[in-house]
Write a protein that binds this ligand. Structure first.
Ligand SMILES: [Zn+2]
Length: 244
């Protein structure tokens, strides 16, 4: 018999270091090196130490959109407090034209049975409009995530080609992640990047990857995290306001 590859049952994994909930009270210090993070995935999103910008990990390259509008590549020894990554293993893809962010997000959940699972979203194509935000690097004493979100830099662009990468988290994982979609963007020409607030697709291909397994890694050697009393009473509300 020919050595025909037997397809394994579809099971891919998403890896996360830190939680979004930890950022809410200001645990912004980087706790994992980029070099270690990249052992767990070649696509993903995150932020840098001190909440210094928005990370966009595209095919092994960890770009960082900074609040001054510049895009740079994170060094292997730099650390991240929070990042979500995965190795790409696309399950679904489809082409779309002239869709708003809301229309696309609703379409995915209407067309695919993924409302109760984590999945990655990648969009490659041309965008009529893109609006991003980038958080500003913080120094100690750290503020709360919500206070930082009030000071974010906002960028807008029209007719731009680029890549969206990010995740959908079901509502029950609010706190570990931001429930719903959490997407970042980087323009092909690096003219704009960051955490997506809004976009309109002109024409693009959308790729989806659902995950059967979630690996949640915590910063066990960070005393500040270990000692922190995390008050989750208003955490959901703060996440929605800061990330919505
Ligand atoms: Zn983000």
């Amino acid at each position: 018999m020919e050595g025909r590859k037997i397809m394994a049952k579809y099971e891919s994994k998403v890896y996360q270091h830190g939680t979004l909930g930890m950022l809410v009270p200001g645990l912004f210090e980087g706790t994992m090196t980029v070099a270690d993070l990249l052992k767990h995935g070649n696509w993903g999103i995150g932020t840098a130490s001190g909440l210094d910008g928005e990370m966009i990990l595209l095919d092994h390259v960890p770009y960082l959109a900074q609040s001054n509008g510049e895009i740079r590549i994170l060094k292997p020894e730099e650390k991240v407090p929070f990042a979500t990554v995965h190795f790409e293993e696309i399950k679904d893809s489809f082409k779309v034209e002239n869709l708003t962010q809301k229309e696309l997000e609703d379409k995915i959940l209407a067309d695919y049975p993924y409302k109760n699972v984590f999945f990655a979203v990648k969009i490659v194509g041309n965008f009529s409009t893109v609006k991003t935000r980038v958080v500003e690097k913080q120094t100690r004493p750290y503020k709360t995530l919500l206070q930082v979100a009030d000071e974010q830099a906002v960028f807008e662009s029209t007719d731009v080609s680029g890549t969206v990468i990010g995740y959908f988290a079901p509502k029950m994982f609010q706190g570990m992640a931001a429930a719903g979609y959490h997407l970042h963007f980087l323009a092909d020409n690096k003219s704009i990047g960051g955490h997506l607030l809004d976009f309109k697709i002109k024409e693009a291909t959308v790729y989806l990857q659902p995950f059967a397994t979630i690996e949640q890694h915590l910063p066990m050697d960070n005393q500040e995290f270990l000692n922190k009393d995390l008050d989750i009473a208003d955490m959901h509300d703060q996440i929605q306001k800061a990330e919505g």
